[in-house]
Design a protein around this ligand. Structure first.
Ligand SMILES: Nc1nc2c(c(=O)[nH]1)N[C@H]1C(S)=C(S)[C@@H](COP(=O)(O)O)O[C@H]1N2
Ligand SMILES: [Mo]
Length: 423
């Protein structure tokens, strides 16, 4: 059996070498030359010889050990304390548009609350006819819906306002994730409670130690907000607010209150505690932009990028990345390999959903010379991603939040990639 299989593989190899040769392709993997037989093809390997582990070895599946470096990472010096901190999604290693649950970046102001669903209650009070308290069981008796949405922290790419800082899209752009949420519509819960005509704002409150609260205008609450208990088909992860969080599609991450325990209806926005409400953009002239809730159109090339250099040399090369907009779907993404002088329309691939990540590709033949990679997204409302300098002219350099500028990666002839800024 094994011998036959090996012989077959040898025959296959000869055939594919012949085909490859005829087509004159330069794409054969290294070591596949006819004179040097590749032991990975000609020899029987251990995994082909011995039985593997059985179905009882891993009740909850984990990634292959060979993917051990695909993890969330933090930047120690960014924040003083790991309990009021952030880590980043490894965007450079992901494909498609879904962020696996274990890789979704985390941002919390008071650490991860561990709450048993039996002990959790959600209250609706304030300007309502019937103040209500729901258990998790009660919540799941309302009609359920599933939708894909990105969540982006307003501080994503914030370090890059003043210049190229962090060497990797995980760190420059990794405060974003995209999962399918399942939950109930906030408008159904509010209808049950009966919002009084004077009720114009909703205040969600978290049960964690940060007592996170935000003010959300009633129009948004009724438009598309969800009270979600599942992500990508399973219960929310503790890091993401188990057992229940608010979903505020297209709007900045800090409004998506995790460990949601209360929704108060009021007639005006609340004043929020400083450490959880400083998401205000300082403008160049010292004034500030206050309610900037919608996340602007944005994109980034995830590979090649500093953590994903080109290892294969010149020839056939794939550029890929992600684009998103809080205003709806992505209409088009352009890619440049020469720092924005020439643009190529990228190929959008996979589902195109409103307020969700979009995947793009651009395939080209690399001649081995240096490249300045950029991507520029355009959303369905015709918002166009701007260069850093164009954005600075509008917003000044004092801002930390809402940086949706075009990112530049410098690819050197050896394939290594660096975060740079070009004028
Ligand atoms: N209760 C509570 N909700 C919270 C926070 C928090 O600290 N406590 N952080 C907010 C911020 S600033 C962001 S960006 C998002 C991050 O969501 P994630 O941890 O699922 O990525 O949650 C928001 N909701
Ligand atoms: Mo955030």
């Amino acid at each position: 059996m094994f011998k036959n299989g090996t012989d077959n593989r040898r025959a296959f190899l000869k055939k594919s070498l012949a085909i490859g040769g005829a087509a004159g392709t330069t794409m054969l993997a290294s070591g596949a030359g006819a004179d040097t037989p590749d032991p990975l093809i000609t020899e029987i390997q251990d995994w082909n010889r011995y039985l593997g582990e059985g179905v009882d070895s891993r009740p909850y599946g984990m990634p292959s050990p060979f993917e051990g470096d695909v993890v969330r990472r933090d930047v120690a010096w960014l924040t003083a304390d790991a309990k009021a901190s952030v880590n980043f999604t490894p965007l450079h290693k992901l494909e498609g548009i879904i962020t696996p649950n274990g890789l979704c970046f985390e941002r919390h102001h008071g650490g991860i609350a561990q709450i048993s669903p039996e002990d959790h209650r959600i209250m609706i009070n304030g300007l309502v006819d019937n103040p209500l308290v729901f258990t998790m069981e009660d919540l799941k008796r309302f009609p359920r819906h599933s939708e894909f949405y990105f969540l982006e922290c307003a501080a994503n790419t914030g370090m890059e306002w003043r210049g190229a800082q962090l060497n990797g899209c995980q760190f420059t752009h990794g405060m974003v994730h995209n999962v399918m949420y399942t939950g109930v519509k906030l408008k159904d819960l509010l209808a049950e409670a009966g919002v009084k005509p004077s009720g114009k704002w909703v205040l969600p409150e978290g049960a964690d130690a940060s007592h996170m609260t935000r003010s959300i205008p009633m129009e948004k609450a009724l438009e598309d907000c969800m009270v979600a208990f599942a992500m990508n088909g399973e219960a929310l992860r503790a890091e993401q607010g188990y057992p229940v969080r608010l979903v505020v599609p297209g709007w900045e991450g800090n409004m998506w209150v995790k460990w949601l325990r209360r929704l108060e209806v009021g007639d005006q926005p609340w004043h929020h505690r400083e450490e959880t409400s400083k998401y205000t953009d300082l403008l160049g002239d010292g004034r500030s932009r206050r309610f900037t809730w919608t996340m602007d159109v944005k994109s980034v090339i995830t590979s090649p990028s500093p953590q994903a250099p080109i290892n294969h040399g010149r020839g056939r090369t794939v550029i890929t990345g992600l684009a998103w907009s809080g205003f709806g779907k992505i209409d088009r993404v352009d890619v440049s390999i020469d720092g924005g002088r020439n643009w190529h329309t990228a190929r959008l691939d996979g589902p195109s959903l409103s307020k969700s990540l979009h995947r793009f590709y651009h395939e080209f033949d690399w001649d081995g010379s240096e490249l300045f990679l950029q991507s520029r997204a355009i959303d369905e409302q015709r918002h166009v991603q701007k260069t850093k300098n164009a954005l600075r002219k509008i917003r000044g350099e004092n801002s930390i939040y809402h940086n949706n500028a075009i990112q530049t990666w410098h690819v050197k002839p050896d394939g290594l990639v660096e975060n740079v800024e070009i004028s």
